[in-house]
Design a protein around this ligand. Sequence first.
Ligand code: GRG
Length: 297
Amino acid sequence: MAFDLAQYMKDRAALVERTLERQVPSRNGRAERLSEAMRYSLLAGGKRLRPILAIAACEAVGGAAENCLNFACALEMIHTYSLIHDDLPCMDDDDLRRGRPTNHKVYGEAVAVLAGDALLTDAFRIAAEPSRAGVSPELALHVVAELAEAAGSVGMVAGQVIDLEGEGRAFTREELEDLHNRKTGALFVAAVGGGARLGGASHQQLEALRAYARPLGLAFQVADDLLDVEAATDHVGKRTHKDADRGKATYPTIMGIEGSHAFARELVRRAQAALEPFDERAEPLRALAAYAVERKQ
Ligand code: GRG
């Protein structure tokens, strides 16, 4: 029977949802408004792509989803913090995210900044707490360190600074690739690498899975640039056509719409080729690579 990606994503997202609900409770004494702001953005129904990739990588090497659920939730918390901060007036200044008003529009800028800070900080507490007994402290430490590197000053935050400082300036293709490898790709690589490690991957498997995640992260970003040009706001749940308004360098500006579609397909081919040594347990990863560029939101 053909692999049903929609069902797979629904099932794995439900596991993530349940764990997030438990790990980020609403009760918080006198700071209840902080928890409400965290949960407002976190439980707003994103695609949960990064946690699903972590789970799929864990399963591809024979692990169970339960081995990496805390790690998967930490990824989603870091991703959500980045979206809350990215939407602030001092950054991309957006009113709409995940189909609803952005965090600062509802809670004000100060609480939105702090909700992002708390999500980021709590993510590391949760990632450091293995979902299952039997994970060695050394393994847990490696996974947490890689996550911090991907999210921090050489990864996502660096990507965000390069992006902001580059507004209104032309980028070479290499510069654009470096920006997106940091801003978007690093967390994809950490998701797949961490999930694989927690599933018991060998060194060889880990390298192959990273070779899958690198082009996948870039393909996801090329698709995001294309959605910004081609899709309507009510389909994607965030404002579109904003890259051109802000004078941002994008794949469509560098290689045209058709060229960008072709490049995205080539990146998916490269990602899938890296999975050749794996058996049918990597089917979700194969399908997720195609989904990253075919998605409509
Ligand atoms: C503020 C440190 C800091 C970083 C922000 C990730 C990011 C860096 C900004 C988000 C802006 C953006 C459009 C990035 C490009 C790709 C991307 C991350 C899209 C959003 O991710 P999805 O599509 O969103 O997985 P959902 O809502 O489904 O989780």
